[in-house]
Design a protein around this ligand. Structure first.
Ligand code: HEM
Ligand SMILES: *[C@@H]1O[C@H](CO)[C@@H](O)[C@H](O)[C@H]1NC(C)=O
Ligand SMILES: *[C@@H]1O[C@H](CO)[C@@H](O)[C@H](O)[C@H]1NC(C)=O
Ligand SMILES: *[C@@H]1O[C@H](CO)[C@@H](O)[C@H](O)[C@H]1NC(C)=O
Ligand SMILES: *[C@@H]1O[C@H](CO)[C@@H](O)[C@H](O)[C@H]1NC(C)=O
Length: 346
């Protein structure tokens, strides 16, 4: 067992104990209605301008929320810089030279502090940026799609209510990030164990959330085994393999669109690509090539985008409920990178 696997086994034992002791989170969609009525406007205008400046940013922001929630719950820990007393998550295996969008969060936080000081947590900002982004994309899709009325009806509904009330952590942990965040070389059993360890243990959660790889980019170095031919990967389309080898001859840090067809759209092309062996990471392709329940879900999401959107929304809301700090736990950071007790000493 490698370090990740060993840690994961320990964590699974612990999480059974911890999760059984906590109740369902009680976040609320109206949490900031009186304390920060302009929250939604402030966040969506900053998200819109950052995505207009760089189409990839929507994907990067969504990944921040995932990497926050997966590591000791949705508590803004991913945003903390290292300090003398803890080593944070930014330089963990999955995050180093990879996670991005921190500057966008800083701008949003500064805007919010100007309009409603000490009120909106960084963890809640992460929960909102991704939903705003998805929502914006969905509206765009709705405008361009012949099925627009279906998308609007189902996606404008209550399943898209953003829940708030999370508070920010006082610490962060690189070790926990190394333990919990999944590796792109994973097979289906490892992915299932990884999702189960945080309380997202259904195949719907795994397959629907993996659909986030319908946009954004990934580095060539992470697919060297898949495209290297030693041993040959029987689950990659030869033309796609050739294309990737050609792009990746530029080096391990080269970025490739995770979804070749519609790289910046949030749609179900991820799943149709898996059906023709054009998944980027091993962890993507195995969902289809291993067969069984995950492959059935891939086929179902590939054939019906609305089924995917509904499953995705459900799993995102479930993910947003992972062990939030509430009430008087934690704090509302004034700067998402630093705990408040350290701000004065800066
Ligand atoms: C199922 C297990 C998963 C694995 C193994 C995985 C792994 C990865 C890796 C390795 C990258 C590229 C990193 C790089 O090259 O620097 C990536 C990108 C991305 N991941 Fe995942 N991921 C998983 C699940 C998820 C989930 C659940 C979400 C969100 C709900 C997500 C959202 C994204 C997005 C949006 C990107 C592109 C980010 C950007 O362009 O900045 N991933 N993922
Ligand atoms: C909310 O934003 C609007 C327009 O952007 C502004 O006129 C209004 O003063 C803001 N309200 C608060 C409470 O800050
Ligand atoms: C993170 O990446 C930087 C730049 O490549 C590297 O110098 C550093 O050692 C990495 N940190 C860890 C913990 O791997
Ligand atoms: C999945 O990967 C793990 C870790 O590399 C390995 O121990 C396990 O045997 C693999 N399972 C299957 C079914 O290939
Ligand atoms: C993928 O490309 C590599 C490098 O050219 C090659 O060795 C391997 O056989 C190819 N695999 C497939 C399935 O085409």
């Amino acid at each position: 067992m490698d370090q990740r696997t060993t840690n994961l086994v320990l964590v699974m034992i612990l999480s059974v104990i911890v999760l059984s002791g906590t109740g369902q989170a009680e976040l609320s969609s109206t949490f900031y209605d009186s304390s920060c009525p302009n929250l939604s406007t402030i966040v969506s205008s900053q998200v819109a301008s950052s995505v207009a400046a760089e189409a990839r940013m929507g994907a990067s922001l969504m990944r921040l929320h995932f990497h926050d929630c997966w590591v000791n719950g949705c508590d803004g820990s991913v945003l903390l810089d290292d300090t003398a007393t803890f080593t944070g998550e930014k330089a963990s295996i999955s995050n180093n030279n990879s996670l991005r969008g921190f500057d966008v969060i800083d701008v949003i936080k500064a805007d919010l502090e100007a309009q409603c000081p000490d009120t909106v947590s960084c963890a809640d900002i992460l929960a909102l940026v991704h939903l705003k982004e998805i929502h914006n994309l969905v509206v765009l899709l709705a405008v361009s799609s012949t099925k627009s009325w279906i998308l609007k009806k189902d996606l404008g509904g209550p399943t898209w209510e953003v829940l708030f009330g999370r508070r920010d952590s006082l610490t962060a942990s690189r070790d926990a990030a190394n333990t919990f965040l999944p590796a792109p070389s994973s097979n289906v059993s490892t992915l299932r164990a990884n999702f189960a360890a945080v309380g997202m243990g259904t195949d719907e959660d795994l397959v629907a959330l993996s659909g986030a790889h319908t946009f954004g980019k990934g580095r060539c170095g992470l697919v060297s085994a898949r495209i290297g031919g030693n041993p040959p990967d029987a689950t990659i389309d030869p033309d796609y393999n050739a294309t990737l080898n050609s792009i990746c001859s530029a080096g391990a840090a080269t970025l490739v669109d995770l979804d070749q067809d519609t790289p910046t759209d949030f749609d179900n092309a991820y799943y149709s690509n898996l059906l023709i062996l054009r998944g980027y990471f091993t962890s993507d392709q195995v969902l289809q090539s291993t067969g069984g329940s995950t492959a059935d879900l891939v086929s179902s999401y590939a054939s019906d985008q609305l089924t995917f959107f509904t499953a995705f929304a459900n799993s995102m809301i479930k993910m947003g409920n992972l062990s939030p700090l509430e009430g008087t736990d934690g704090e509302i950071r004034v700067n998402c990178r630093v705990v408040n007790s350290n701000v004065a000493t800066m």
